[in-house]
Design a protein around this ligand. Structure first.
Ligand SMILES: Nc1ncnc2c1ncn2[C@@H]1O[C@H](COP(=O)(O)OP(=O)(O)OP(=O)(O)O)[C@@H](O)[C@H]1O
Ligand SMILES: [Mg+2]
Length: 407
């Protein structure tokens, strides 16, 4: 195997020396440069093209987060590992959003350091190798199992938990599979995805469709906001009056581009049967019809099922019962009789976990990974995982960075 080249960035010369000493006996890892500031790191990274950058956070001048953002934008094939001291979780989350792939907390052993370097560079090699493979559409597919799928989370009634489900499902799939997962917020007048994931988008779908008559993936890509789980998000407009700039043909173009470039595309929607949603309903491989255990929601879901039947979409539909209210609703057995079908998932009521995760902007599948609600969403997500390749299987067995961060 070829050597992994490393650039060490820290403003304290002694720390850089310590890191070099720790790596001295690792034959497959070589330190090719060292930088004492963010500016120098950026310059050296451009010249040396290292496989891995070990980045300190607090440095005078350009800090490690700004430098990470610049390096990951300019050199997407360079993996950044943040080297931090205890008690900087907020910085770590920012660093992840800036494109860092892993982190090490000082003090660490030489085996921790070497193993982290090998792991991130290995995952980047796998990613680079798969990027040179033919487009997924040309790879033979299992019948009835699309290689790239669009999952639409829908309900004709508002407030039933679509956004909670969309965000957690998307984060969970990005995190567990390490595949390319995108989340599109098509609730154009009242999208909450960015808030629920604690993102501050600079641009949204509304500005994006204004830029060019014919959309290209390179443009869409610049509007995708990364989440620390690896998920990419296309946010909804920041103001309701900007919603009308987005048309159904924009939606068709955007989803086609995303489907060609992502393994899984999840779409959160508005509670309407309008032309935009009809376009998504047509394009989706799965429609997660979300509802709650109260009579108005059940009335809606019955009508929705009839509409899907008329549109010949029934095969794609999976019912998701979200128990977003306490247990004095309709009995599940009565509900199944009335709908003549069984929900594919029943998400339990857990106001405390859901609200605290929404208010902090941290998806519950990460922050409350052991709660019953998170476990049920994770199990449900498993059904949408793309087939596991040997390479991916090996990576997913390692304890992930995000889990370490929240543990
Ligand atoms: N399983 C649950 N247990 C407890 N509360 C829940 C649960 N799921 C959702 N909620 C609550 O329901 C509210 C609505 O959830 P969410 O915003 O996900 O629904 P929505 O269908 O996207 O709504 P909107 O129509 O506004 O887009 C949330 O504020 C959350 O507090
Ligand atoms: Mg919503």
């Amino acid at each position: 195997m070829s050597e992994t080249s490393v650039l060490v960035v820290d403003d304290i010369a002694n720390t850089r020396e310590d890191i070099k000493r720790l790596l001295y006996f690792e034959e497959d890892i070589s330190v090719v440069g060292e930088a004492g500031s963010g500016e120098e790191a950026l310059r050296l990274a451009e010249n040396l093209h290292p496989d891995v950058v070990l980045m300190d956070i607090n440095m005078p001048g350009m800090d490690g987060i700004t430098a990470s953002e610049a390096i990951s934008t300019k050199m997407p094939d360079t993996a950044i590992v943040i080297v931090s001291i205890q008690g900087e979780p907020e910085y770590l989350k920012k660093a992840m959003a800036a494109g860092a792939r892993d982190y090490l907390v000082k003090p660490f052993s030489s085996s921790d350091l070497a193993e982290t370097i090998r792991r991130v560079s290995n995952s980047y090699r796998i990613r680079a190798a798969s990027a040179t493979k033919p487009p997924v559409t040309e790879i033979s597919q299992e019948p009835d199992r699309p290689a790239n799928r669009i999952i639409m989370v829908f309900s004709s009634k508002g407030g039933v938990g679509r956004t909670t489900l969309s965000c957690n499902l998307a984060v969970c799939l990005a995190q567990e599979t390490r595949k390319k997962v995108a989340l599109v917020d098509l609730n154009l007048q009242g999208g909450d995805v960015a808030v629920m994931l604690n993102l501050s988008p600079r641009g949204t779908i509304a500005e994006m469709v204004q830029e060019e008559d014919r959309l290209e993936y390179s443009l869409v890509n610049t509007y995708l906001v990364p989440h620390m789980s690896g998920l990419k998000i296309l946010p909804a407009p920041l103001r309701p009056e900007h919603a009308e700039t987005v048309t159904a043909s924009h939606v068709e173009e955007i989803l086609t581009l995303l489907k060609n470039n992502f393994d899984i595309v999840i779409v959160d929607t508005s509670p309407l049967f309008n032309d935009l949603n009809l376009c998504v309903l047509e394009m989706a491989d799965d429609i997660l019809l979300t509802f709650t255990r109260d009579l108005p929601a059940i009335k809606h879901v019955k009508t929705d099922l009839e509409v899907f039947d008329t549109l010949r979409l029934s095969k794609k539909v999976k019912l998701v019962l979200n128990q977003s209210t306490q247990d004095y609703g309709v009995k599940i057995s009565d509900l199944e009789k009335s709908l003549n079908t069984t929900p594919a998932a029943i998400i339990p009521y857990d106001e405390k976990t859901v609200l605290s995760s929404i208010n902090k902007g941290h998806p519950l599948v990460l922050t409350h990974a052991n709660s019953r609600i998170a476990q049920i969403i994770k199990t449900f997500a498993k059904g949408f995982e793309p087939p596991v390749t040997g390479d991916t299987a090996e990576i997913t067995h390692k304890k992930s960075f995000i889990n370490k961060l929240f543990s």
